[in-house]
Each structure stands twice: as C-alpha cells, then as structure tokens.
Design a protein around this ligand. Structure first.
Ligand code: ADP
Length: 477
C-alpha cells in the first residue's frame, strides 16, 4: 500500500471548471478502491461544496503566512481531502482561476505558489500527522512547483506530474522568482525559466520523476511543435519518463440505466426507450417533436480548442439537412454572440443554451443521436466517452484522446463490431461537414446504427482500468 498525496486545483463534486475536476474526483477514489492510502489536497475556495463535515486539522506558517489545513472527505468515498485554507488568497467568489469577468486573478502566481509550498510541507509531514507521502501526484501548472521544490529535499517522496492540457502553463513575469521567494537554483533555462518567464508547468515537466498525460496519442502529439507550445523539445527529451494513460469516466454518474436526470432510463436491452428522452428534450427546448429527425448535440466550453469556429462555418449547411441541432456551452463571448444570431434564424432546427448546466448535459447526452466533438486538440476529452455510453454516436476529430477512444465506422469496423463513431482527420469545416454527412447516411441505416450504438454502449471506460495503470507507474518509479 502506497501513501499518495494527490495535488490538484479542483475536484468534482467539491468544485469544477473542467475535465481536471472529473479526474480528481474519480482517480483518487479508484486508487483507494485498489487499497491505496490516498489523500487529496486542494485550495479552500469560497465556492467549495463539502458535505458539511469539515474539521480543523492543523495550522502551519509558510512564507510568513499563517495557513490552516482543514480536513474533510470526498462525498461518497473514503478519500481524505485536505483543504488549504488561506482566506486572503482563496476566499473569493467565482472561479478558482478567474474573476467574474473571466480575467485571471492578478495574484495567481502568489496563490498557487503558496498552495504548492503547503503541499510540499504536507508531503514531507512537516504538519506532524504521522503521514509522509511515498508518491506525490501533481496535476497541471497550479501544482507545478511541487516537484521542483521537492527536488531540493533530502529523503523526498517520488513525484508524478500529469498534464491535462499543455495550453495552460502558468507563465508569469520573471520578477516573481524574487517576489515569490523561490530558491535561486531553480531559476535557469533547464529549470523554471521559459523564454525569460517563470513557468509553473516546467516545475513539473523538468523535475517530476514521471510525467503522464491523459491519452497515448496526446503524449506523442505534445512532443511536436503543433501541440507542445515551445516545450516539445523538453518533452521529447523526457520521453522515457512520459506516458499517456487515458482517463476513465465516472460509471455511476454517467449511466443511462440509473441516471436520475433523464426522462426515461435505458440500457442495451431497452435501447428503444432512448427515444422517450429525445421527445422530452425536444419539448423542453421547444423544438418540433419528431422521432425521425436525428438530434445532433454539442456540449462544451466555447473556446477555440473545441473547434467551435468550424461548427459555426458548418451550421448554415447543417440547417439545410434533416436534423435538429442542440448546443449547451459557455465561454468566448464572440462565439456566444454568433451562435445566438444563428439560433434566432433557425428556431425550429436549433436550440442554444448558454451557460453551465450539469442536469441539461445529462438530458442532452441521453436524448441526442449524434454528438459533435471536432476539437483542434483534445488531451483526453470526456464527452465522447459519455456519449458512447449513452448510445449517442460521436463525430470526432482524430486527435488526442478522441483518436484513442472512438473507432471510425468503416466497412471493416462495422463488420467486426468495433465501430463506435465517425472520425475525421483534417481540422477544416469541409472535413467536418463531410463527417456530418457521413453520419446522416449511417443514421438512415437503422440496422448498422443500432449495432454501433450497442457496441459503443458496451465499451469499458471505467476508472478501474486507468487506476491500475497509474498504480503500475507508482510501483515502477
Ligand atoms: P475540458 O476539460 O477541456 O473542458 P472535457 O471533455 O475533458 O473537456 O471535460 C468537460 C467536462 O465539462 C465534461 O464533464 C462536460 O460534460 C462538462 N461541460 C462542459 N461544458 C458544459 C456546460 N456548458 N454545461 C455542463 N457541462 C459542461
């Protein structure tokens, strides 16, 4: 049994802005079910939703600041959570990283540097709990300084750093190396410096004993200029230490047989009941109720990464096809505006919901026939796995985790029961529209479509498989 400290800046259901929270909610739970002694540490933001049982654990003085550690548990699991309580940095409304207008908090470097120092103190048991970590597993730039700081410690735990998205690196002006009081020996080109900026992510990429990312394809992609954001050389240099492990999904929360959010539950044996969900959604979103028309859905942050620009280009042509289009998302204001303009033009064919809505995400995933995910890059992606589990056939671009989790429908894959979606290669609206046309054609062949749905629903996307791979990795450091 290993003592693992899991360092993260968000964890579902305590707080969530994206896929990192899903991983942090599920992986520690799966590892504890594999009998590991795992604790999760994260900041105590104002919006953290605990189930009420929070106790004061200890306080410590770090960098001339008095920090409290509070202890709670992940709801529905035995995983212990340590909340780093420093109100001056974390007791703010809104998002962990940005203010209500979407601007990064001005003191993010100070906030997450303090968080990292506290994580190091906990890992080394400077808080006198009789619990010193064997493994410290860090996630994304917010915890990047942890492997760097630990590298300076004698008798330190082994470190793992997981990249959930290379696009977010935690870059700050070089003056911070002084103001954050970071050890000078970390400040050089093969350390925390990146183009004369302080790079938090490099703390993980340079100093962690092992680097992981969330799919095998993304692990290769980030070693190339198109995906590496200038760090491809470093990643290629560390390729022996780098491995891609695909994320699992929460099989309890995303289960069409038990999902409490959806109008009618269904499974492989009762697939026709999926139709009732489509009707319910059409009513809810005031679209014409029509069982025959395929409903194409998209649920996403509305950012460039997700290929929203390509979807916008395709929408006028999609609106001439026999389909309905349902979109749930929030993000870039320009995308939101353009989508709103189109939705107004096609009230009978398109339903747009701007905002973040967990319940509606489930309703749509159950109701739709086709799920669009034309990402320009996608480290792992979750929605394509959720939709497969719900018999909602995904259209994805062949990148990152999408390439690893969806098998394109070809005569061969249809024949051998492995096809579960439609995969296209080029990041262009032309290629996307071709893929959409291909899905329409497949949809009209009910026999093939049903077979694909069932094969998709039966795929194993459980966390257990991924957790076993992480455990292997911990054991082999
Ligand atoms: P990313 O982490 O890049 O946003 P992922 O596919 O890995 O992408 O994870 C996205 C998660 O956030 C999924 O759980 C998805 O269902 C959810 N999500 C994204 N946008 C919304 C929204 N507007 N409403 C509800 N859930 C959303």
């Amino acid at each position: 049994m290993k003592k693992i400290l899991f360092v993260t800046s968000e964890a579902h259901p305590l707080i969530k802005t994206g896929g990192l929270a899903d991983v942090s909610g599920s992986l520690p739970k799966a590892l504890s079910e594999l009998s590991q002694d795992i604790r999760l540490i994260m900041p105590n933001y104002r919006s953290v939703k605990t189930n009420g049982h929070v106790r004061f654990l200890c306080s410590l003085r770090i960098d001339n600041r008095d920090v409290n550690i509070l202890e709670t548990r992940m709801p529905d699991s035995q995983v212990i959570v340590w909340l780093v309580d420093y109100p001056e940095f974390f007791n703010y409304p809104g998002n962990p990283y940005t203010d209500e207008l979407g601007n990064a908090w001005a003191n993010n470097a100070e906030r997450f540097a303090l968080f990292c120092r506290v994580a190091v103190a906990c890992a080394m048991d400077r808080i006198n709990q009789g619990w010193k970590a064997d493994i410290v597993h860090c996630n994304d730039w917010q915890s990047g300084l942890v492997p760097a700081l630990l590298s300076l410690e004698a008798d330190r735990p082994a470190t793992v750093f997981t990249i959930h998205n290379m696009a977010y690196q935690g870059l700050f002006p070089p003056s911070h190396i002084m103001s954050l009081n970071l050890p000078g020996q970390l400040w050089h080109q093969d350390g925390l410096e990146f183009n004369n900026m302080l790079s938090f992510i490099k703390g993980g990429l340079v100093y962690a004993d092992r680097i992981t990312t969330v799919s095998p394809t993304y692990a290769l992609e980030i070693q190339t200029p198109a995906f590496g954001y200038g760090l491809e050389g470093l990643l290629a240099y560390r390729r022996e230490a780098l491995v891609g492990i695909i994320n699992g999904i929460d099989m309890d929360q995303w289960n069409p047989e038990t999902d409490a959010y959806i109008a009618k539950r269904y499974g492989v044996a009762s697939l026709t009941d999926k139709q009732a969900n489509k009707e319910a959604l059409q009513q809810q979103l005031t679209l014409p109720v029509n069982a025959e028309l395929p409903v194409v859905a998209l649920i996403s942050r509305l950012v460039e990464q997700k290929g929203i620009d390509m979807v916008l280009d395709c929408l006028p042509e999609m609106m001439t096809m026999p389909m309905q289009f349902v979109l749930l998302g929030a993000g870039d204001k320009d995308y939101e505006q353009r989508l709103q303009n189109l939705a107004r033009l096609y009230p009978d064919k398109m339903a747009l919901t701007l905002g973040y809505d967990e319940a509606l995400a489930h309703t749509i995933t159950a109701a739709a026939d086709i799920f669009l995910m034309p990402s320009r890059f996608e480290p792992c992606g979750l929605n394509q796995m959720y939709s497969q589990r719900y018999g909602t056939i995904p259209i994805v671009r062949k990148t990152g985790g999408l390439a690893d989790t969806v098998i394109d429908a070809t005569p061969q894959t249809i024949a051998d029961n492995t096809a579960t979606g439609i995969v296209f290669t080029e990041a262009s609206s032309g290629a996307l529209i071709e893929a959409i046309k291909r899905s329409m054609l497949l949809y009209s062949n009910r026999k093939i479509w049903n077979k694909m749905q069932i094969d998709a629903m039966q795929k194993d996307f459980s966390w257990q498989r991924s957790a076993e791979q992480y455990l292997d990795l911990y054991e082999n450091i």
